[in-house]
Write a protein that binds this ligand. Sequence first.
Ligand SMILES: C=CC1=C(C)c2cc3[nH]c(cc4nc(cc5[nH]c(cc1n2)c(C)c5CCC(=O)O)C(CCC(=O)O)=C4C)c(C)c3C=C
Ligand SMILES: [Fe+2]
Length: 424
Amino acid sequence: MSLPETDTGGKRFSRRRLFGGVGAGAVAVGAGVVVGRSTAPTLDTAAAAAESVVPFRGAHQSGIVTPAQDRMHFATFDVTTDSRDELVAMLKKWTTMAERLTVGAESVPGGVVGGGQYEPPGDTGEAYGLHSSNLTLTIGFGPSLFGTADNDRFGIVDRKPAALEELPRFPADDLDPARSGGDIAIQACADDPQVAVHAIRNLARIAFGTASIRWSQLGFGRTSSTSTTQATARNLFGFKDGTNNIKSEDQPSVDDYVWANGSDGSDWMAGGSYLVARRIRMKIEPWDRAVLGEQERVIGRSKATGAPLGSAAEFDTVDLSSNQIEKNAHIRLASSESLGGIKILRRGYNFTDGSDGFGHLDAGLFFVAFCRDAMTQFVPMQQALARKDLLNEYISHVGSALFACPPGVPDGDDNAYWGSTLFA
Ligand SMILES: C=CC1=C(C)c2cc3[nH]c(cc4nc(cc5[nH]c(cc1n2)c(C)c5CCC(=O)O)C(CCC(=O)O)=C4C)c(C)c3C=C
Ligand SMILES: [Fe+2]
């Protein structure tokens, strides 16, 4: 693998290796400075450090079937240049930086203090000495990046996949344009929020003059498990969420429902996936006043165990012939059985962004799903839910976006970069 190199004698250093001799509970930052952090893992052993790196390169981008980390910082960008060369140059710089960040290196060699007293530091510094914390960085291209026949600013209008149409407006959508869309998205997931925020901040910083942040969202407490090795976490309604999700170990389902392939119509997307993001506000206060029976009736599962109503255990097969699961219960309407076999990979996070000025929490689910084709998977699923889901009384979709996430940057190919299959 082409690891990023520092400017220290051509040796390969990660941020962790640089500080590998520091004992548990403390991290050396620069000459003579030692700080402790309670929220991040400590630099105790090289083995622990190695375990916290998710490979950046591969056939597919990481951050999709990667076991969902605990935190997310998601940002979308508007491209502010009309120059294809400038856009490609930025994607190349982003790729190099992203690969460095995922191994825990500074965003540029010597970035924090190595530039000396008379330069703004090349790395903002807040992750200096922290683990990479399973950081994954996943890029996606929105429909607007591809332009139109009248304004084909990057010469890619003919390469826009049919699966990348703007999402339709669904019943009861209450979308805020300032929290929707974007030419490019970057999803940063990590087990330390500071690592995820640092990554987005530094990527945004080097995009100056080429792209600027349109909107961003912080997420905590994954609301989906994407691996059988993970326990099911709970969403802000207190229910286990992700029980019946596609799991990365289920290779046939991942191939059928997550990865696009060449025969789907866009060669450059083979090995990629489509990311749907929906900021879903949860009406916490009315929900908290609803009795337990109503809450379970809405979802169709037991709040305590996550078992389908009428069954004993969380992973029991959902029996939709049982009249214990209401006609319009969430899990009935969203099930592949009710939708002619459709499935999606869910990878969302909880959010709370303070309160709304009317005494209500601005909280909810930042819903993220990956699909092989959002038009034939997410869209019919959301259409069914938007029309009839009992959950609709308690939620409101306030942000929306769709992105085509290209395949991964292949191992050993120094010319490849984020999106190189699109701009080839
Ligand atoms: C369009 C897709 C979906 C949206 C939007 C969505 C929003 C949403 N979901 C919950 C809580 C739960 N969802 C659960 C299951 C579930 N949800 C979807 C899809 C969407 N959810 C699917 C495909 C499934 C699986 C259905 C099945 O086959 O059984 C569950 C149950 C546990 C689980 O299986 O994950 C909960 C709980 C909320 C709160 C929400 C919006 C805020
Ligand atoms: Fe759901």
